[in-house]
Design a protein around this ligand. Structure first.
Ligand code: GTP
Ligand code: MG
Length: 528
């Protein structure tokens, strides 16, 4: 197959939403259709001792939440699909944000009972900024949900995007009966009971079939007919160009847990979602079907496999063909690097990748040489894709090993986890004892840190929270330590020995700034 053909059959997308809307559950069900797993793990099904495949981290299994994004891939109907399951919790949004840079489209989940929630709104805007198409899946129709017309209004109003319902639910007041497929003018009935563990076969047929009037009863049937004519008259028209431009979101109703409406969603999504496109960089741009390989690192993750304790760098391929063991230039260092031990993922299960194409996401062994945001170029031309920013940390704490003889493990763990971008590390200058200060964007990261240090590095740590809310870098030449005086601020240095000042809050920063007008502060570390 030519590169063009391979690119055309690829669909790479991220699933985003507020916590608990059902992203991991939907991911599981999609994998099931791909034949990738025979039995979908039940999310939070602790009794069954079966866990969602994309929640592979021990802490995720225990808590039933996703703390880091997962990459999974499978084949379906001739397509090669790369799914990025992201965490919904705001404390892990940095990870979600980075992951979105690797996606060509997004599936936004909405809990049918709750509507558009805060974190969904935030993530939606990130997708908007990136200009990627957004598909909406209104989930949990099997339990009591809000009026679908009201939900559509809320999506349009709070998110500022037009919507087009691809199907329409029948009976949402806790008596979910099925959906009407608008394009095919067909009804598919929900059978209730135990689905979810396998692929459902349900009764389906033309909407005008008298059978459905009887099956649904006069009331529901008439209501459906009214709703449909209302949508046809008052709703937006379907327009694929607007979908691709991110101006119109196709909306699907269904239930991930009971596996209802998931297959029609997948099929419609695959037909409409864009395949990988071109991407601009510092010297121009690449097309996915160009012969030269290019890609960038958007995620680094250590210890995915407790048996190996190694570290993987995740690469989104932007152009050309990847071949196992190929040599590329790392744009930041201009060094040649052999991409060894390339793998693709079914959560914990890894499969060696011999070749991959633009749109694919692969993991390569990282002996500690990759940074998040690194561009890798396979051809003669070396360039940089746009970098991936770090989120400013908002919570700070001093971290030490409970057992001081474990200092070596402590340093190793903190270093590796900071290289993954989950924490930022600072030191106190000029003190004999090397006290480590850690900054995070969300407090739950501290818990993850504590947990991972114990489980992956065998060090119990103590975390002493500090009363600061912001870290600022500054111009090194002008700043002196004495300037801080007795203010509510603390001087630290980052890994490159540059001064970083922690301020208690915006007010402390402002009053310091008043006194020292010639000093400039930076929210984000200047590039090295
Ligand atoms: N009733 C009902 N419950 C569902 C459905 N889909 C998911 N759930 C439940 O909702 C809860 C959250 O599901 P997850 O898939 O873990 O949600 P998530 O969006 O991945 O959550 P985070 O990754 O933590 O943001 C679980 O208890 C699921 O069983 C559904 O279709 N119907
Ligand atoms: Mg999840």
């Amino acid at each position: 197959m030519t590169i063009q053909k391979e690119v055309d059959r690829r669909k790479t997308f991220a699933i985003i939403s507020h916590p608990d809307a059902g992203k991991t559950t939907l991911t599981e069900k999609l994998l099931l259709f791909g034949g990738a797993i025979r039995l979908a793990g039940t999310v939070k099904g602790r009794k069954a001792q079966k866990y969602a495949v994309s929640d592979w981290m021990e802490i995720e299994k225990q808590r039933g939440i996703s703390v880091t994004s997962s990459v999974l891939n499978f084949d379906y109907d001739g397509y090669r699909i790369n799914i990025l399951d992201t965490p919904g919790h705001q404390d892990f949004s940095e990870d979600t944000y980075r992951t979105l840079t690797a996606a060509d489209s997004a599936v936004m989940l909405i809990d049918g009972a709750k509507g558009v929630e805060k974190q969904t709104k935030k993530l939606f805007h990130v997708c908007r900024m990136r200009g990627i198409p957004i598909f909406t899946f209104v989930n949990k129709l099997d339990s009591q949900c809000r009026n679908p017309l009201e939900l559509m209004d809320e999506i349009e109003e709070t998110l500022g995007i037009r919507s087009y319902p691809m199907n329409w639910p029948i009976g949402v007041d806790g008596d979910f009966r099925g959906v009407y497929d608008r394009r095919e003018a067909k009804i598919e009935l929900f059978e209730g009971g135990r689905h979810g563990q396998s692929i459902t076969v349900s009764e389906a047929g033309d909407v005008n079939d008298e059978r459905f009037r009887q099956l649904l009863g006069e009331h529901l049937y008439n209501r459906l007919c009214e709703d449909i004519s209302l949508l046809d008259i008052a709703g937006d028209e379907f327009n694929i160009d607007k979908v691709i431009a991110g101006e119109l979101t196709p909306v699907f109703f269904g239930s991930a847990m009971t596996n209802f409406g998931v297959r029609p969603f997948l099929e419609a999504f695959l037909a409409l979602a864009p395949s990988p496109g071109g991407k601009s960089h510092s010297e121009g741009s690449v097309e996915p079907f160009d012969n030269d390989f290019s890609g960038f690192v958007f995620k680094i993750q250590a210890n995915m496999d407790p048996a190996h304790r190694d570290r993987m760098a995740f690469i989104r391929i932007c152009s050309g063909k990847f071949e196992k063991g190929m040599e590329v230039v790392q744009a930041r260092t201009k060094k040649n690097i052999r991409l060894a031990q390339s793998q693709q993922f079914m959560a914990r299960e890894r499969v060696t990748v011999e070749e991959a194409y633009a749109g694919d996401i692969i993991g390569v062994f990282d002996p500690g040489i990759f940074n998040i945001g690194d561009t890798l170029c396979g051809g003669d031309k070396v360039f940089n894709f746009e970098g991936i920013p770090m989120f400013p940390a908002e919570h700070f704490a001093e971290v030490m090993a409970k057992d001081s003889s474990k200092r070596k493990q402590l340093l190793k763990g903190i270093k590796q986890i900071s290289e993954e971008g989950a924490i930022q590390v600072f030191k106190r200058p000029d003190t004999g004892l090397e006290l480590l200060t850690v900054g995070v964007a969300g407090v739950l990261q501290f818990e993850v840190l504590e947990y991972r240090m114990k489980n992956e590095y065998n060090v119990e740590i103590e975390i002493r929270k500090l009363p600061f809310e912001m870290a600022r870098w500054t111009d090194t030449e002008k700043f002196t330590k004495d300037m801080l005086g007795y203010s509510d601020a603390m001087l630290l240095e980052d890994q490159y020995q540059r001064p970083v000042i922690l301020f208690k809050n915006q007010w402390t920063l402002n009053s310091f700034q008043e006194k020292h007008k010639n000093i400039t502060f930076f929210e984000i570390a200047p590039l090295v």
